[in-house]
Design a protein around this ligand. Structure first.
Ligand SMILES: [Zn+2]
Length: 693
């Protein structure tokens, strides 16, 4: 469809309902709504959705405007650009896309609470927290914090991409004078807190001892491992949670809650020079005294808080921000421990909270004044503790993982604080996570213990419901009545049974779209809108890049790599294969036995087999080429880089059964390449490397 026809259709579809929306006290999506609607089949919010959002608006504490004061306080300067570009001219960061939040309008297709948060997240530029403490905000998903030492800067959390980190440093140089970076602190293991380090630090200076890099206990293991085993599945799911393929507009991507989005640059990693091993350690760097408190298995498995006794500043890393964070992240990850999380907030409250004058974090804006800090710390402590305790309370009364999100309610006094609203986690998906953590996925009903797969059960439902026409008719009725969850229930069955039923898919997409508009949580919103998008047009053709950069692969242990080879190996093709390989990497003194037996690949470090089929001796630095996919093991052997003894055919056998994963599998049936004509710009395909939050 050409652009003019596309626009004409949009105007035809959308205009009548815009009038209706305006009548409800909302305005449409800015000056040219049709221009911003991203899909020809896209619908504006229905009257039912408008009513839901109106109710939300009436019950939320909009009179509390403290966040807006805190967000603005200490503003020094904004940059004179809205985009940060990479060396090749690619757009790494784009605030331009979110300028619609500055139009002072209420968008009928965005939950008022999410719109409020995304408007706050338009804070963009350099801010003074107190003299000596500065933050650049709005340059990435994360804030970058600069603390002035005697001779230079100590930088907390250098963003996701070197490009954005460099741009932030240049803004600091311009307004505060040019000083070297003498220390870097990675507050935790998620990539948006370290991936940009090469933008502000030269590795040679780190090696020469001019720059210290400080990180919490077990940082390296978790920075790398969290994303490897299920990495491809996470990449695909990131498209849902982060809506990376959705255009930014009131009908699509409307901010990510923690910030507007993630930078899409050349993520790198310089290894820390100083790990905080003890629970609490005090360090002085460039004249700045810092007390570090390890907070393992909270927002990240490796994370720490920092207390600055001289200035009475408390850095809460990502454990206390302006949102209810994820206990379970929709991209997929191990479920987090909200009780441990709450306890470390409590420890910080009692250890530092009584003296703190300012609280800063890696997302959102600071809190000033001891009363406010204590309020936020207590509120967040109770938020995470409440969901843990009350969900388990309900579970002990028999509420299951399939009911809890409809039963658990955050107490009003907690929910009425803006900083406890679900812009990343939500009471719904986090409550299910708590049950999942303690009891697992099974609800205890034998009928759900070994259920049919959806594609196998759905045809029976469709048959018993009287076929497609009846379901579509009822689906339309439910849709028109605003009963979207009910409509989804039956239409999903039909789509599962008849993946090529265009009418069913379009109707389910319409239902998903309305559910999406109604969400306060951007991850849930994006998931429904992305689902609608794929039902209408299929999975977009351009597959996102695999962005594990060389730094990250280099930091991967050989054991982790071998584990992943075991995951890539298709066990179904390995029946009857059997071999043992000794792998020796002399430059780092490691050795492994790799065994293929029972169609399963195992490895063990520190041992060698007495009777291997093959022994491979290769330096770890050369193995890296294989790990990055730049060379195959066969090539390394042929080139003499790897020395071998024994039967090299086992390498070929193994290679022949390794799958290459690509993040374009179907999330919804019948969506694989069914004729979409979506053009993606590189930014839209963007930040799939982020699996951090
Ligand atoms: Zn973060």
């Amino acid at each position: 469809m050409n652009r003019a026809k596309f626009l004409a259709l949009l105007i035809f579809i959308c205009l009548p309902l815009y009038v209706q929306a305006a009548g409800k006290g909302y305005t449409s999506a800015g000056g040219a709504p049709a221009d911003r609607h991203f899909h020809p089949k896209g619908k504006p919010p229905s009257k039912h959705t408008l009513e839901v959002l109106k109710q939300a608006k009436a019950t939320l504490p909009f009179s509390d405007k403290r966040d807006f004061e805190e967000e603005k306080k200490g503003f020094i300067a904004a940059p004179d650009f809205w985009q940060v570009k990479g060396e090749g001219g690619n757009i790494v960061w784009d605030m331009e896309r979110y300028k619609f939040f500055l139009e002072g309008k209420e968008f009928a297709s965005i939950h008022p609470s999410l719109q409020r948060q995304s408007t706050l997240n338009m804070n963009y530029g350099l801010y003074e927290v107190i003299p000596g403490f500065y933050q650049v905000r709005g340059f990435d998903l994360t804030n970058i914090t600069f603390i002035k030492g005697k001779t230079g800067w100590i930088v907390f959390d250098p963003l996701t991409a070197p490009e954005t980190a460099r741009a932030a440093k240049e803004l600091v140089d311009k307004h505060l004078g040019k000083f070297p970076v003498v220390g870097v602190v990675y507050s935790h293991s998620h990539v948006d807190h370290w991936g940009g380090v090469r933008g502000i630090v030269e590795e040679a200076d780190v090696k020469a001892g001019k720059v210290q890099i400080i990180a919490p206990r077990d940082f390296m293991a978790f920075a790398i491992s969290e994303n490897v085993y299920a990495g491809n599945a996470m990449n695909r799911r990131v498209m849902y949670q982060y809506g990376v393929l959705l255009p930014a507009n009131p009908y699509g991507h409307a901010g990510q809650g923690l910030a507007q989005n993630v930078a899409n640059g050349s993520t790198g990693l310089i290894q820390p020079t100083r790990i905080i091993e003890k629970d609490i350690e005090v360090l002085t760097v460039d004249g700045i005294e810092m007390e570090f408190l390890n907070t393992p298995f909270t927002e990240a498995p490796s994370e720490m808080h920092t207390w600055f006794p001289e200035s009475k500043v408390f850095w809460s890393a990502e454990n206390v921000t302006g949102t209810f964070h994820n206990i379970y992240t929709l991209r997929g990850a191990l479920v987090r421990d909200p009780l441990a999380w709450s306890k470390y907030i409590n420890e910080s409250l009692y250890r530092y909270g009584k003296d703190a004058e300012v609280m800063i974090a890696s997302h959102h804006w600071p809190r000033w004044g001891n009363d406010r800090i204590q309020e936020v710390l207590r509120g967040q402590r109770d938020l995470y503790c409440n969901i843990n305790n009350q969900v388990l309370h309900l579970a002990n009364l028999g509420v299951t993982i399939n009911q809890i999100h409809n039963v658990y309610k955050t107490p009003k006094s907690i929910a009425n604080q803006w900083y406890n609203r679900g812009y990343h986690g939500s009471p719904e998906h986090n409550s299910r996570a708590v049950i999942n953590r303690y009891l697992g996925y099974w609800d205890g009903n034998p009928a759900t213990l070994i259920p049919l797969s959806p594609a196998d059960s759905a045809p029976l439902y469709v048959e018993m419901m009287g076929g497609s026409d009846k379901i579509i008719a009822k689906g339309k009725e439910l849709h028109d009545a605003g009963k979207y969850l009910e409509a989804q229930e039956i239409l999903n069955k039909l789509v599962q049974a008849e993946p090529q039923n265009r009418e069913a898919k379009d109707l389910l997409a319409d239902v998903f779209e309305q559910i999406g508009y109604q969400q306060e949580n951007p991850g849930i919103r994006n998931s429904f809108l992305q689902g609608a998008f794929e039902l209408r047009d299929g999975i977009p053709a351009g597959s996102p890049p695999n962005t594990a950069g060389p730094d990250v692969v280099r930091a991967m242990t050989t054991e982790l790599f071998l584990d992943f080879v075991g995951i890539r190996m298709d066990s179904r093709k390995a029946e009857g294969m059997e071999f043992t390989i000794n792998l020796i990497t002399p430059d780092n003194g490691e050795k492994f036995v790799i065994e293929l037996s029972n169609a399963t690949l195992t490895n063990i470090e520190g041992f060698l087999s007495d009777d291997p089929d093959l022994t491979v001796t290769i330096n770890r630095s050369d193995l890296l080429q294989v790990m990055m996919g730049a060379k195959t093991m066969a090539t390394q052997i042929a080139d003499g880089v790897a020395k071998v003894e024994g039967d090299t055919s086992v390498i070929e056998q193994l290679a022949s059964i390794l799958a290459v994963f690509t993040p374009n599998f179907e999330m919804l049936p019948g969506t694989r390449q069914d004729g979409g004509e979506i053009e993606l710009n590189p930014y839209e395909v963007g930040p799939v490397q982020l699996q951090g939050e």
